[in-house]
Design a protein around this ligand. Structure first.
Ligand code: PLP
Length: 382
């Protein structure tokens, strides 16, 4: 099955009792058993729910994986992955990553005796010097949030396999439409489904996709024991959203390219971060592992101050100033004070996350309106 067919059909069966083409919302907490333990695989909705099952099958198919697990949020999914580890274990993570991931690693799991190394992963060889017998997980985002750096999934997969270390990739920015980390050597793919997969800014959800049966069992155990499960209404909304993922992503990519190229020509703009530029440091890797370059862009302003950034952000009209990304509507954000505020200034500036950095999630509106909006906002700096 090709990708655009999977989005609509994978894991989805007409409802056997009515023929309903849309997966019903099984709004139930429990299921009647014929006699104790004699059931159809459904006992209680923290463990399993049929609407969730359909979505999990669909997501597994989109990532070319065997097992899908949906969580109440992306953070719920990351929480379950780190709970695979034990006190004393070590994790090597990319140093440019979503602020909430940095926060759960440093403020929660470090207290439980897990050690995190945040390093530049743009060259897979950099990782080797941080690996020791306690290293149990390599964690990467690519493209990274918000600097749009590209990490070589295949290259890191080789290092992880050599040292028998689990390798997890947060694939939120790329989506399975652009990149499939399991095919490139990752063991775990994670998504903030809240973003492009849901696609309509109306659901908070997370997902994990794996191939290994034992790993899937461990994660399902953690999920059931800890309880971070999504409700069936949200699963229904995501199933509906995913049906247009491929069409939405095509337009996100088209608009992303047009806006990135436009921004580069603006006199008020200093740097533009977008992996589709030929002079992006890892453009060749991006071209190899991604099918296109997506609709996420970051840029800085000449006159690198929060006040400059605020002036632009407050003047934009179609780019709404909001947390999150990946919806049909364009959003803008100020990572230094919003999504990445939990990262100390010295740390964030090391990767280029400076005070004037603005992150755009380019939506699927008519691109002329988006360009005009940005031109008008940037003209306020003249
Ligand atoms: N990973 C990335 C790359 C994100 O951007 C986010 C949220 O912004 C998350 C994980 C966390 O996901 P959620 O907000 O669904 O908990």
């Amino acid at each position: 099955m090709k990708f655009g067919t999977k989005t609509i059909h994978a894991g989805i069966e007409p409802d056997p009792s009515t023929g309903a083409i849309m997966t019903p919302i099984f709004q139930t907490s429990t299921y009647v058993q014929r006699s104790p333990g004699d059931n159809d695989g459904y006992e209680y909705s923290r463990s399993h729910n049929p609407t969730r099952t359909a979505l999990q099958k669909n997501l597994a198919a989109l990532e070319n994986g065997k097992h899908g697990l949906c969580f109440s949020s992306g953070m719920g999914a990351i929480d379950a992955i780190i709970k695979l580890l034990n006190p004393g274990d070590e994790v090597i993570s990319s140093n440019d990553l979503y602020g909430g991931s940095y926060r759960i690693f440093t403020k929660i799991f470090q207290r439980y005796g897990i050690k995190f190394h945040f390093i530049s992963m743009e060259k897979p060889g950099n990782i080797e010097e941080y690996i020791n017998e306690k290293t149990k997980l390599i964690w990467a985002e690519t493209p990274t949030n918000p600097m749009m750096s590209i990490i070589d999934i295949e290259g890191i997969g080789v290092v992880a396999k050599k040292h028998k270390i689990l390798f997890g990739v947060d694939n939120t920015f790329a989506t399975p439409f652009l990149q499939n980390p399991l095919d490139l050597g990752a063991d775990i793919v994670m998504h903030s489904v809240t973003k492009y997969l849901g696609g309509h800014s109306d659901v908070v959800m997370g997902a994990i996709i794996v191939n290994d049966d034992h790993l899937a069992k461990q994660l399902a155990f953690i999920q059931n024991a800890c309880g971070a499960v999504p409700g069936p209404q949200d699963c229904f909304l995501v199933l509906r959203g995913i049906k247009t993922l491929h069409i939405r992503m095509e337009r996100h990519c088209q608009n992303g390219r047009a806006i990135a190229e436009f921004l580069r020509k603006q006199s008020a703009v200093d740097k533009v971060y977008w992996p589709g530029f030929e002079d992006h440091p890892n453009h060749d890797i991006a071209k190899k592992q991604m099918r296109d370059f997506g609709g996420m862009i970051s840029f800085t302003l000449k006159g690198n101050t929060i006040e400059y950034a605020n002036k632009v952000l407050e003047s934009l009209h179609f780019f709404s100033l909001a947390e999150s990304l990946g919806g049909v509507e364009s959003l803008c954000g100020h990572p230094a004070t919003m999504t990445h505020a939990s990262i100390p200034k010295e740390e964030r500036e090391k990767v280029g996350l400076v005070d004037s950095l603005i992150r755009l999630s380019v939506g699927i509106e008519d691109v002329d309106d988006l360009r005009d909006d940005l031109a008008a906002a940037l003209s306020k700096l003249a």
